[in-house]
Design a protein around this ligand. Structure first.
Ligand SMILES: Nc1ncnc2c1ncn2[C@@H]1O[C@H](COP(=O)(O)OP(=O)(O)OP(=O)(O)O)[C@@H](O)[C@H]1O
Ligand SMILES: O=C(O)[C@H](O)COP(=O)(O)O
Length: 403
């Protein structure tokens, strides 16, 4: 993989450089609630601008349906990028149309433009190679060189991630180089005990990584919405908690394999329950009840790990030499259900080992809950991407930068 340093040493003065970043930041009422991914894009954008390139920054935001939808405009991200760069950033209201070409044509060496959300075009995410290729051709017309730096999206076989680099000289940006370096350590020469904490809501997305980790990790802590599928597989009732019924056979096999492989699989011993999902906007108090994990009432939903589980998980993290954590332990967006996630974050901070936070919502949770980012070994910008890397999958956005 050629890196941006090679590009910079060859010289980029006056060249149009397309940077595929991941500026997919969480928004509430049009305001960015966590700008971590924009800050993570800065080293590459700055280095290129400082070297005199005309920098075109492109990204997706959310999952619009292949057509313009202002709720998913990249404008707030472009404005934040300008603030962080301390320099004006042009914004094009389309992606490959006249506005994008005007914005690029108007760039002087050292200036930056952001083009509108790539996913406003059906070609970006199309499963059809020709449709994706046609969109990639139109993107390629904007630039002379491609820099892949959107680590959070490298697991997507999308036009700007996979097809575009094949059409331009391509290089990996600083963020991708850093992220891959860290994850490589976890797959190659991990220091033990290696403890993995998994939570969040997307059980089916995370099953494949559990499958892999059963051969690699020494201890696996399960929390968040996915814990209830495990508790159900153990024969407990889970009330109206998040449950992926169809995954129970797979999870049952994992529980058996963990035992066989000597992997310690740790499940919550108590949980916080409530009759309904909390209002994440108003955040009104909900008076949750603590119940044992095997005694969840039929009409209640488990929304966080309980106080005994918090202590248990912290103790299981205390002697780790390496920790990988992905997915919040509860519905941390509501203060009544943030304690489990806080306890795990705190345990990582106190851990003497090397700690990696695996992206997406967990990284946002760390920052939103007020933890100091520098207290963690590495906070990845990619949730799904880091998990797929650990699964050992070929990631389209990395493969495309390799040849
Ligand atoms: N017990 C629970 N019931 C329902 N939802 C939960 C529960 N615990 C956590 N969540 C939700 O899980 C969501 C995060 O899950 P997700 O799987 O997306 O995490 P992630 O892997 O960090 O993020 P990403 O996939 O975006 O990188 C949060 O919005 C949180 O509210
Ligand atoms: O948030 C993410 O994990 C990345 O930006 C990828 O977004 P996606 O899951 O919508 O492809």
């Amino acid at each position: 993989m050629k890196t941006i340093d090679e590009l910079l040493s060859d010289g980029v003065d006056n060249k149009r450089v397309f940077v595929r970043a991941d500026l997919n930041v969480p928004l509430a009422d049009g305001l960015i609630t966590d700008d971590g991914r924009i800050r993570a894009a800065l080293p590459t954008v700055k280095a290129l601008a400082d070297a005199g390139a005309k920098v075109i920054v492109a990204s997706h935001l959310g999952r619009p349906k292949g057509a313009p939808d202002l709720a998913f405009s990249l404008l707030p991200a472009a404005e934040r990028l300008a603030e962080l760069l301390g320099a004006p950033v042009a914004f094009a209201q389309d992606t490959v149309g006249p506005a994008a070409h005007d914005a690029v044509d108007g760039l002087q060496p050292g200036q930056v433009a952001v083009i509108e959300n790539l996913r406003f075009n059906p070609g970006e995410t199309s499963k059809d190679d020709t449709e994706r290729g046609e969109f990639a051709d139109r993107l390629a017309a904007l630039a002379d060189v491609y820099v892949g730096d959107g680590f959070g999206a490298v697991h997507r076989k999308h036009a700007s991630v996979y097809d575009l680099p094949a059409r331009l000289p391509h290089y990996a940006g600083y963020l991708i180089a850093t992220e891959v370096g860290v994850l490589k350590k976890l797959t190659e020469d991990v220091r033990r005990p290696y403890v993995v904490a998994l939570g969040g809501a997307k059980v089916s997305d995370k099953l494949a990584v559990i499958d892999q980790l059963l051969d690699k990790a020494d201890r696996l802590l399960i929390g968040g919405g996915m814990a209830y599928t495990f508790l159900k597989a153990k024969g407990y009732e889970v009330g109206i908690s998040l449950l992926q019924e169809d995954q129970i056979p797979a999870v049952t096999e994992y529980i058996e394999r963990a035992e066989k492989n000597g992997v310690e699989l740790v499940l919550p011993v108590d949980v916080l329950v409530s009759p309904e999902f909390p209002d994440l906007k108003a955040k009104a108090p909900t008076n949750p009840t603590v119940v044992a994990a095997d005694a969840i009432p039929a009409d209640q939903e488990g929304l966080d790990i309980g106080p005994e589980s918090r202590k248990l998980y912290a103790s299981k993290l205390a002697d780790a030499a390496t920790v990988f954590w992905n997915g919040p332990m509860g519905v941390f967006e509501h203060p009544d259900y943030a304690e489990g996630t806080k306890a795990v974050a705190q345990a990582l901070i106190e851990s003497p080992g090397y700690t990696v936070v695996g992206g997406g919502d967990s990284a946002a949770a760390v920052r939103i809950l007020g933890f100091d980012e520098s207290a963690f070994g590495h906070i990845s910008t990619g949730g799904g991407a880091s998990l797929e890397y650990l699964e050992g999958k070929t990631l389209p956005g990395l493969a495309a930068l390799e040849d």
